[in-house]
Write a protein that binds this ligand. Structure first.
Ligand code: SER
Length: 316
């Protein structure tokens, strides 16, 4: 069957890179990228879509005979705390629209990104388990934990093939994150390559789970490609890449930029980070569909610096 893919949130940090990868995989004419605003740099078929608008979403799905949806539109953890009710409305309405339209129009597969933000202070911090009871601290985490339950429900009740990953903080040179608690781990590289000092909004020792963009994209595609019978988790899979603190990342960057400096000025995002795990147990993902991360702190740092320098040279 010829697949036809729809992406929401295609202008975002992950969405923009995933769009390019899906265009490569399925062919540029088989991917429809959508977002609230026009996106520069995304070639191919793009449509403005507010995914809270069921009718508009439905008309795009029907008109283009969509077979798979990657639903990336959401407000992230830090931004979400500023407008909790609006964040809940947006994150839930868009997901339920995607699930409903998929059920009604026979969309074959749906990808729903969840997050380490589903875990709260009750969870053990190290190698947090797949089956940990979820008590999130942010409205973003609450919307993701609830979304996992909706995904599970649509699979069990309607047989809709919804698949999901609990992403750690995503680090990539291709795009800029917006509104997350892990954003510092991208921002720091931009300062380093421009020989500027960095002020970190988390404390030096705040260890969080992270993943390199290339691994995050590969995990998404491997999960979506896995045989249906291998998928035993219909809420969301823990996945892990690496774990580090701002100080550990700083020291790694200093190997290339010995004069690079950092200061720490923790803000409200510190309280969010303090409720999240330090590291994640992703053994279920390894067992069910063979997940193995490729990048650790050192190789991620090397790749980030190399690629950001190339990009910078290209534009100057
Ligand atoms: N990177 C996200 C955030 O910080 C976690 O899902 O909100």
């Amino acid at each position: 069957m010829q697949e036809k893919i729809l992406i929401t949130g295609a202008g975002g940090q992950l969405g923009s890179v995933l769009t390019l990868n899906l265009q490569e995989k399925f062919g540029i004419n088989h991917v429809i990228a959508t977002d609230l605003y026009p996106s520069v740099g995304l070639g191919g078929h793009f449509e403005i879509l507010d995914a809270t608008d069921f009718q508009k979403l439905e008309s795009i799905i029907v008109k283009n005979s969509i077979t798979q949806i990657y639903h990336l539109a959401a407000v992230l953890s830090a931004s979400g705390e500023k407008t909790p009710v609006k964040t809940w409305d947006l994150n839930m309405k868009t997901l339920i629209n995607v699930l409903e339209v998929s059920r009604i129009h026979g969309v074959q597969k749906v990808f729903f990104p969840s997050s380490i933000a589903v875990f709260g202070n009750n969870a053990s911090k190290d190698h947090t388990s797949q089956d940990q009871f979820l008590l999130p601290s942010t409205i973003y985490g609450i919307s993701k934990a609830t979304g996992e339950n909706w995904a599970h429900y649509y699979y069990n009740k309607y047989g809709l093939d919804v698949r999901s990953l609990r992403y750690p903080g995503v680090i990539g040179y291709e795009s800029i994150p917006g509104g997350g608690t892990t954003d510092y781990a991208v921002d720091i590289f931009h300062k380093a390559i421009h020989n500027q000092p960095f002020e970190c909004f988390l404390s030096a020792s705040t260890q969080l789970p992270m993943i390199y963009m290339e691994d995050a994209i590969r995990a998404t595609i491997e999960l979506m490609d896995a045989p249906k019978q291998n998928i035993t988790i219909r809420s969301s899979y823990n996945i892990s890449g690496m774990s580090f603190s701002p100080n550990q990342l700083f020291l790694m960057i200093r190997k290339t930029y010995p004069k690079f400096t950092i200061t720490y000025k923790p803000d409200f995002r510190q309280q969010i980070a303090d409720t999240w795990p330090h590291s994640i147990d992703d053994s279920k993902a390894s067992k069910d569909w063979g997940w193995i991360p490729k990048y650790d702190l050192e190789s991620m740092t090397e790749s980030m610096i190399k690629n950001l320098k190339l990009k910078h040279q290209h534009y100057t």
